[in-house]
Design a protein around this ligand. Sequence first.
Ligand code: SF4
Length: 366
Amino acid sequence: MQAQSAVSQEISFAEAPQSTFTTAVIVNGMPKGAELVTSRGREQERLHARAVEATRGQFGRRVFLRGVVEVSNFCRENCLYCGMRRENQSLDRYRARLDDLSELLIHHRPSSMTDLNIQTGEDPVAVRETVIPLIRRLRDQTPLGLSVCLGTLASNVYDELQAAGATIYIMKFEIADSAAYRRLSAPGTLEERLEHIRLLARKGWRVSSGFIAGLPGQSVDDIGDNLRLAGQLPLAGCSVSPFIPGEATPLHDATTGDIDLTLNCMALLRLMRPDWVIPAVSALNLAGPGSGYHRIGPAGGLSALSQRSIHHDRRENSLRARSGKTGSVRTKPGRILSGRRRPKRFRCRRGLITVPNFVAYGTKFG
Ligand code: SF4
């Protein structure tokens, strides 16, 4: 109880935009705090309604569509919760080719995509040989907002990425509790991770972070610590990823993170920081098969939808684009992702996402 009330005091929340909220959500002018992550039924509906209003006040009814490109799945780290960990011998490793990616992204990306996130495992080779030149080409030849998620790197590499044209760095702190961070072999140390987040912010990056909801043994207080840490960091955005037990990881037998827990965390983040970019991560559809994305709008946290991912298909040596709504769409470099197989409309119960092709709101992220 002590930890929960400390969380309530330390997390600052946005003012309720209207007087339609009830005292069941707000106590002494403040939401109840981290215990709301377990809310269900009417209480959860009220929490989500409040987050929806905060989202609409900032972003209206539109969301951004951010494509995700997985350039490499090599990783020098060994996180217990991730299938890309270095000790996973069963994973086919790849690094996508620069020219293939350039061709696809410059000439054949979906027209709805306004932003692109380029990500790798912790693989400095791929950063040097592929990511930096790819960003230069994209900056020169497309209007895309460019974010990167590449792990901790040397300070001069951050500068090179920035000079190439990337503006947002995604570095998730994953777990706010340093003992759990160590126990789960999360990358490096928590202190180092946080220092890199602060360094990136000082260098002028817009930094987005994130944490995992539903890890084995995680308590409500732990979730509160995650929310509180997010609020203390110099961030422009934050995601919440439901824990997904990877098949070839030491946690493969653990229970999948709860979708309601995740959505409640997103709603609380939205109330904490109405202006943050809070993306819908693809793992939401794994935690809530067939419904994960559809519940994000009503939960109110959403401002960006990472619906498509593009990655290298090793068996066919082709680039493959995944759509969260229609399943997989495969394309050889040179084929256009369009026509009937491209999702035209994404429906949410309360209509947060209704515009065809996800028209971007205002300017891009980056
Ligand atoms: S650093 Fe990232 S990609 Fe590598 S094992 Fe950990 S979570 Fe996976």
